[in-house]
Design a protein around this ligand. Structure first.
Ligand code: JFZ
Length: 417
């Protein structure tokens, strides 16, 4: 039987509900997102010329950790090595790493320390695919075997699990078994199994509280603790690669604050605070965490506009966090205007739109008798009726009066008990 994350670790993770995803690497220098090595077909030798250019003079781990803390994010997941194969920490297993740039420092070490000071946990993104490693794409040329790549991959995960303190999450990416390999993408093809059983057991042994996600867009395997959704909420599939099926594990939705993961110079489509609050509430309403991505600049800064939006979410959470943190999927059915979350016997109705002075719900559990606003504690008038012809045939009706003056511009949270 493969190990899973400890109940304590999984509970902490679910209660946290909101994390920061960070895509940062050599690719950031080019400002055209993290797939640039592939999209521009940059040969390895050419891409390696970025190494002497990496010098993020403005990097300040305390600043990043405080943006996350101010946003109400309880953990950070950062790229330790993306598909380009460049390690953003001081690995002993490759010279192709951040400490061999003019920057010389280990940003993951600094971030781990800064996070610990702010009570934010740290986790790592790990790419399974590696466009640079001689044992991944270049076994013929290098004479290396798949086993050599596996040793590197498993060895790096061991480093991450033993050298940076407590790990919140290991987030794997880059294994998409649904892909049909043809001549156009053949060089992405793994040379064998990733030996997940061994890999996952190692993580769960070294870091019993850490949760494992593998962004495979398939039914979770034994040892995986979460089901992930990418750029879509569960049930949505705007990307074309999100299975609508939900397998009953805790969920984590990852999403970009603009339209790309890695720094993209021309991407100005930054989501509004309102949209971000809604995605957070909607994720929580189906039992999911939101892992919200920023792509820092090559100078090492979180884009000021992104930091500002994140802090906007944090300000909303300060007064309304009771409806998010520590909650689980709601049982009051969503309506066009609302979603709900649940903690113990307390229901939280998130009013996301403003259509009239009342909020009309159905199937509210019988025990509910009182309503009040989460942000001020103000009591709200609530009326309960049985089957009501005017709402929907066969539906009961609970009406909560929420005067316009007390509505939150992003999401009015009502506590029902
Ligand atoms: C992956 C990465 O390729 C991307 O660079 C980023 O890190 C993101 C968070 O994860 O993106 C994916 C993963 C899987 C699919 C598509 C994009 N898929 O299954 O089609």
């Amino acid at each position: 039987m493969p190990l899973q994350a400890s109940p304590k670790g999984l509970t902490w993770f679910q209660d946290a509900r909101f994390g920061m995803f960070i895509h940062w690497g050599l690719y950031s220098i080019l400002g055209k997102q993290e797939w640039i090595m592939h999209t521009d077909a940059i040969p390895v030798a050419e891409y390696e010329k970025l190494v002497p250019q990496f010098n993020p003079v403005k990097f300040n781990a305390d600043e990043w950790a405080s943006v996350a803390a101010d946003a109400g994010q309880k953990y950070i997941v950062i790229t330790s090595r993306h598909h380009d194969g460049f390690s953003m920490y001081d690995t002993a297993l490759s010279p192709y790493k951040v400490t061999n740039t003019p920057f010389k420092r280990d940003p993951l070490r600094e971030l781990a320390d800064a996070c610990a000071r702010r009570n934010v946990k740290l986790g790592f993104y790990v790419s399974l695919m590696d466009w640079h490693h001689p044992a991944y794409r270049f076994r013929k040329e290098s004479g290396l075997a798949w086993q050599d790549y596996l040793g590197f991959l498993h060895g790096q995960v061991r480093e991450l699990c033993t050298q940076y303190g407590e790990v919140a999450c290991i987030w794997f990416d880059g294994h998409w078994p649904a892909n049909v390999y043809d001549d156009s993408n053949r060089y992405f093809e793994p040379g064998g199994s990733f030996e997940y059983e061994k890999l996952y057991d190692m993580i769960h042994t070294l870091q019993p509280d850490a949760v494992i996600e593998n962004n495979r867009h398939r039914a979770p395997l034994p040892g995986e603790d979460l089901q992930g959704f990418e750029q879509d909420l569960p049930g949505e599939n705007t990307t074309g690669f999100n299975e609508t099926q939900i397998f009953g594990l805790p969920i984590q939705v990852c999403m970009t604050i603009n339209e790309h993961w890695g720094w993209s110079r021309d991407d100005n489509n930054t989501k509004s605070v309102r949209r971000l609050v809604h995605v957070l509430a909607r994720s929580a309403s189906v039992g999911g965490n939101l892992l919200l991505n920023v792509g820092p600049t090559p100078e090492g800064e979180i884009v000021p506009l992104h930091a500002e939006r994140l802090r906007g979410v944090g300000r909303w959470l300060e007064n309304n966090g009771a409806g998010i943190y520590g909650t689980r999927a709601g049982v009051i059915p969503p309506t066009r205007e609302t979603v709900s979350t649940l903690r113990g016997d307390t229901h939280y109705v998130h009013v996301l739109d403003d259509v009239s002075d009342s909020v009309i719900l159905s199937s509210v559990p019988a025990a509910v008798a009182k309503a009040r606003l989460v942000n001020t504690g103000q009591e709200l008038t609530v009326e309960r009726e049985g089957v009501n012809f005017f709402v929907a045939r066969g539906a009961d009706r609970t009406t909560v009066y929420v005067p316009p003056a007390v509505r939150d511009p992003f999401d009015t949270v009502i506590e029902l008990r």
